[in-house]
Design a protein around this ligand. Structure first.
Ligand code: IMP
Length: 186
C-alpha cells in the first residue's frame, strides 16, 4: 500500500474540512438560486472539478442539469502551459438558462475568464463556484462568485487536483512536497 502522506508537505483540507466548506457553499447556492425562474445547468470542468462537483451537487436542493467541459493548462507540470478548452456543450437555449461553472481551483484565472467569456457570448447567465482560490497568482482580473477557501501560493493535490495526472483520488487536499515534482524533472 502506498502512503501518499509521505509526498505531502502538509494537509490543507482534510475530509471534515472539505465537508464543511462544501456544505457552506451549497447552502449559499441553494439560497441564491432558490427563486430563479430559469433552469439551472451545472458545468463541472474536467477533470479536476469532478470530486468537488459530485460533493457539491449532491447537496443542492434545486432541479438542475449537468453538462461537462474540459480544460487543461498544466500538462504534467506545476506551471501553467498553453490553455485548451474543449468545445462547449451543444445547446440552443444558452440565453434562457442559469449556468454554474464548477472548477477545482482558480490560479492565474486564465481558464475561467476564457470559459466565462465564451458562455456569456452565447447569452448565458453565468456564475462560477471554485473549491480553492490562489489570489496571489492571478494574471487576469477574475473573481469567482463562490469560493470554498483561499489558499497561499503552493502547489496542491488531491480531491480531484493532480500532479502529472496523479493524486486526484486522495480524499483530502494537501500541499505537494517540492522534492516530488523537482525530482521528476530529471
Ligand atoms: P488557471 O487558468 O491558471 O487559473 O488554472 C486553473 C487550472 O490549473 C486548474 O483548473 C487546475 O487544473 C490547474 N491548477 C492550478 N493550480 C493548481 C494546483 O495547485 N494543483 C493542481 N492543479 C492546479
Amino acid at each position: 500500500m502506498y502512503d501518499f502522506t509521505q509526498d505531502m508537505e502538509s494537509i490543507l483540507l482534510d475530509e471534515e474540512a472539505l465537508h464543511s466548506v462544501i456544505s457552506e457553499l451549497a447552502a449559499r447556492i441553494n439560497h441564491d438560486y432558490g427563486d430563479s425562474q430559469k433552469p439551472l445547468v451545472a458545468i463541472p470542468v474536467l477533470k479536476g472539478a469532478v470530486f468537488f462537483a459530485t460533493a457539491l451537487l449532491e447537496k443542492l436542493t434545486l432541479p438542475l442539469e449537468i453538462e461537462f467541459v474540459s480544460a487543461s493548462s498544466y500538462r504534467a507540470a506545476t506551471e501553467s502551459g498553453e490553455l485548451t478548452i474543449s468545445a462547449l456543450p451543444q445547446r440552443n437555449d444558452w440565453d434562457k438558462i442559469d449556468v454554474l461553472v464548477i472548477e477545482d481551483i482558480v490560479d492565474t484565472g486564465n481558464t475561467l475568464s476564457a470559459m466565462v467569456a465564451q458562455l456569456k457570448k452565447l447569452g448565458a447567465n453565468v456564475r462560477v463556484a471554485a473549491l480553492l482560490d490562489k489570489p496571489s497568482r492571478r494574471k487576469v482580473d477574475f473573481h469567482a462568485d463562490y469560493i470554498g477557501r483561499e489558499i497561499p501560493n503552493a502547489f496542491v493535490v488531491g480531491f480531484g487536483l493532480d500532479y502529472a495526472e496523479k493524486y486526484r483520488n486522495l480524499p483530502y487536499v494537501g500541499i505537494l512536497r517540492r522534492e516530488v515534482y523537482e525530482s521528476s524533472k530529471d
